[in-house]
Write a protein that binds this ligand. Structure first.
Ligand code: AFP
Length: 333
């Protein structure tokens, strides 16, 4: 079978859907190139002296790893001369970064390196990105231009830097996986139209926060842990990679449910995960694969953002599990 490269797939797919927004195609192609360069930096790791702390904090007040800053710079520089892109925003930057002299109509918002706490132990990390359209009359350097509901995304995806480097993307008609061929340095289509089963026996949550959760989540997790003797009448398995990209990729590939719910530690900030460059892109991918994405009380993709770095509680994955959690939130909170 002939290998289908990411570029060829993009061109054929966008044409097949009646339009070829050249700016969108370029935004995605150059983002893929940036992810290839980030992957090469990660692969050299200790040999390139890029591990460890950068000695600075980001807008979240979190200590930055050297590779957080390097990955952010790679994405900025890759797109710096792109007339196709109006502006960029990042977990690592307080404010948007408008592209000079650009007439582009698209916005790119990203978490350049998700799962940073995994870098120094050679565990999976990723890049998460979301593409929005610049609203008519909006200024590319304004926060407001980016404050759009997840349902408005033009594209969403991530790169997962694991045993292999994979690019996962949706344009609104299914979820597609491309694997980087180290020899050719092309991303090759390897999976099409991923589907998440409506039921699962595998959950992902950071159990160390258990005492801080709301009653609905306490009940839900207690029932899973009770296994076949409990109300769910079957045993469940747990995974937690501490990199959302890896946990969500597992769910897209074999099912499951992921929770980073509201807890009393993070309630004042609205949650742990960020809406624009974590929950929205990952949530749209999950929804495109037949899963659901919720705060426990509402569909995350319907939230009208009020801030560039806004946080939300995140529950996503198997339809019947997310529906059960939403029911528990209605009944108990
Ligand atoms: P870092 O990028 O700071 O490692 O955070 C990763 C993350 O935002 C998300 O990818 C994980 O699911 C979650 O945080 C892990 O949080 P805990 O470290 O509290 O388990």
């Amino acid at each position: 079978m002939t290998d289908i490269t990411f570029s060829a797939w993009l061109r054929d797919t966008l044409q097949g859907h009646g339009e070829l927004p050249r700016d969108l195609l370029n935004t995605l192609e150059y983002t893929a190139r940036a992810c290839q360069e980030i992957s090469a930096n990660l692969a050299r790791g200790a040999l390139a002296g890029v591990l460890g702390q950068a000695g600075s904090d980001n807008v979240q007040g979190e200590a930055q790893k050297k590779l957080d800053v390097i990955a952010n710079d790679i994405l900025l520089q890759t797109h710096a001369n792109g007339s196709y892109l109006a502006s960029m925003a990042s977990e690592e930057m307080d404010d948007p970064w408008p592209v000079e002299n650009s007439i582009g109509r698209y916005l790119l918002v990203f978490d350049p390196l998700d799962g940073s706490s995994n870098i120094d132990i050679n565990a999976p990390v990723g890049t998460i990105f979301s593409v929005l359209t610049l609203p008519e009359g909006a200024s590319p350097d304004s926060h407001d231009a980016f404050l759009q509901a997840g349902s408005c995304q033009a594209a969403a995806g991530y790169a997962l830097y694991g045993a292999s480097t994979q690019l996962v993307l949706t344009l609104g008609f299914g979820v597609y996986v491309f694997t980087l061929d180290p020899r050719s340095q092309h991303f090759i289509l390897t999976q099409s139209k991923l589907t998440i089963p409506t039921d699962t026996s595998e959950f992902a949550i950071n159990m160390s926060n258990q005492r801080f959760w709301e009653p609905a989540v306490q009940r839900y997790i207690d029932e899973l842990l009770a296994g076949r003797e409990g109300p769910r009448e079957r045993d469940f398995n747990m995974r937690w990679v501490a990199a959302m990209v890896a946990d969500v990729h597992r769910i897209l590939c074999r099912g499951g449910v992921f929770l980073y719910p509201l807890d009393s530690k993070t309630a004042a900030k609205g949650g742990k995960l960020r809406l624009l460059y974590e929950a929205n892109p990952m949530g749209w991918l999950v929804q495109q694969a037949g899963g659901l994405v919720s705060t426990g009380r509402e569909n995350i993709l319907s939230i009208e953002p009020t801030g560039l770095h806004q946080r939300v509680p995140v529950i996503l994955g198997a339809k019947h599990e997310v529906e059960r959690l939403e029911r528990y939130h209605r009944e108990m909170n």
